[in-house]
Design a protein around this ligand. Sequence first.
Ligand code: G3I
Length: 377
Amino acid sequence: MSPLSRREFLSLAAGAMAAAASVPRVGATASPAGPAQSLNATARARGMRFGSAMSFAQLSDPRYCELMRTQCGIMVTENALKWPQTQSGPSTFTFGHGDALARFAAENGLLLRGHNLLWQKSRYLPDWVRHYDLGAQPAKTLEKLLYAHITTEIKHYPQIVSWDVVNEAISARTGALRETLFTRDLGPELIDFCYHCARAAAPHAQLVYNDYMNWQPYSRAHRDGVLRFLEGLRKRNVPVDALGIQSHIGANPRHPDPPLGRPQKMAWRGFLEAVTGLGYGLLITEFDVNDNGLPSEPALRDRLIAAYARDYLDITLSFRELKDVLTWGLVDKYSWLQHIAPRADGTPKRPLPFDSHYRATPLYFALAEALRTAPAR
Ligand code: G3I
């Protein structure tokens, strides 16, 4: 992954210096589980909820479970409810991992989000779907497959309060709808079909469109595309309640020189105004910070990460339509970011609110402060 540019680094550093005073040092006030008030309690005081992704494997880690219990009010299934994990054939459903996570959530008073019913990138479809014999009426066959998958999964989890029905449908490069075997035969209406199926199966759940458009200039085509897409869904009365903003912020491998500054922040605010202006709710669904390119020294790196995150969160949380903030995991060592494009210095990344020894980091306090100072909902 390319490092952050010098310009971005300097901008981050300036922000970090300004924020340093308000970011407590790790260890000064942090117990292993953070300060007395949990992130969820802080969020609740502002009419929001805080939560995190959890994987099936993490159920076997008592310290991770403890953080989920003490810090979160809502859990999202990281991989367990994706199509390849839940359906190994047209009529073979396997909900074992999802059920175990759902049980943990119920036993610990956590609400549950489902992620995701259709990931609009062909490589994330199950192999058997990609190679399915569509017969003489491919559109009908595809609708049947989608209907069975969406309806069976949603009905299996009536307790799920919020579903990522469609994930990443818009090309980040062009802003157009991504093409898959589904769009080939069903056209763009495939998206409408998914949401109508989901609404029929879950009349009361929040139905979310989830994507990774972000505040960087390189993401403009993506933001514009998502906005057009959401406008179209509104016009056609498709039952989508909210935009899930994934929020994998920080370094990006394909765009090494992302300048930070006022225009970028205004563009992000403008995007969120446009989305909420269409009547959509907002939620942060997969927050983490990629620190590739930041200095090795952990204390300095942590301060830079925290300052960058705080900037982003302050703008995004200023929208009262945003009710949920979820991180994509809680503990650094489990982050998906550890497995892609390692840092040049070989050290592990520090993208999440708890380090690999389960200690709260400055990013934890940046999240806490952003939640605490957000306008009340
Ligand atoms: O469980 C197997 C393991 O048995 C095997 O040894 C290993 C070998 O690679 O693979 C393991 O499965 C991996 C799984 O993560 C669990 O670690 C898959 O290969 C890998 O593809 C999968 O990656 C997940 C990825 O989505 C694709 O589904 C990441 O954990 C998950 O964090 C990531 O999450 C996505 C969101 O769904 C959508 N937004 C972006 C986000 C990050 O890419």
